[in-house]
Design a protein. Sequence first.
Length: 331
Amino acid sequence: MKKSIMAALALLLCLVSCRDLSRQERADAELLPAAPDYNDSTQWYVSNRSAEADMFYVISCETGDYPTADGQTCHYADTYADSLRMPIYGEMLGVDTLLSGRLNYYSPYYRQCSLQTFASDSTAALRFPVALDDVRRAFAHYLKHMNNGRPFILAGFSMGAKIVLQLMAEMDDATYGRMIAAYAIGTEIPRELADTCRRVVAARGADDTGVTISYNSVRDVEAAFSTQSAFAINPVNWKTDSTPAQFVTEPTARIPVDEQKPITMTAHLDMPTRLLLVDGYQGPSQMLPVIGKEGNYHTSEIWFYRRYLRENIALRAAAFLKRQKEAAAKR
């Protein structure tokens, strides 16, 4: 693999111009599943808790290449096919259960490109815009028909985090004014984006709002997909320096509950790379298929820190709502 998946996806934030389709692009387009209709409730996972604030979550890649009925290969999720929806639903449900707390929760199905796509930078660049455009439409639909003017947490993991960053780059001021925070988990923040997009602001502590939270967990620098992030924060102690933080968690969500044994680990930021270095992991391999590296904990970026993320999302939401009410009282 010439470059990492994360570096490849970082380049995709700049792919907003139109161009002629190549032969491969035309072939991919012919195999595109039907576009999700976001007026259709089946294209959403929603938990309406009658809360004052929402969480809009963009899932990671849960799809692999699969054969079509005529023997060709499709590289995009079919959001109307039950067999392909099942793993997507599993992540939606898992994140809702682990992180959203009392917030309303909205997560759209979208034509995510397959994991195999990211074995090649050029292939990723060709296919990613389909996924991005679906979520663009879903987010616009959510804001117009579902949000009702409430403050919201914007969150995504891995490929979903890259889409979140693009949504922020395109966000208008009124929408950004209601964004409590953005959680771009398991991705790097491109320096160019941090320098040019005034809505992408580094989180500096546990309760600041209008900020972006991002980190990448690895055993050591050699296990990283990328070492080019503009900023990061430790999701255990919510510090942006190298102060270590000890935490206790189960090694992986894939282990049955009755077999899980808590382990103690320590996480600290490596300042030159902005990587979150994790010591003390004891568990099965965390390698992703196709693109994985031993010692990279990408698959557990939410699981490891779920308690801290859930508490932090609630804290930031409460801080935002409090400031919003104080400002309203002064008018």
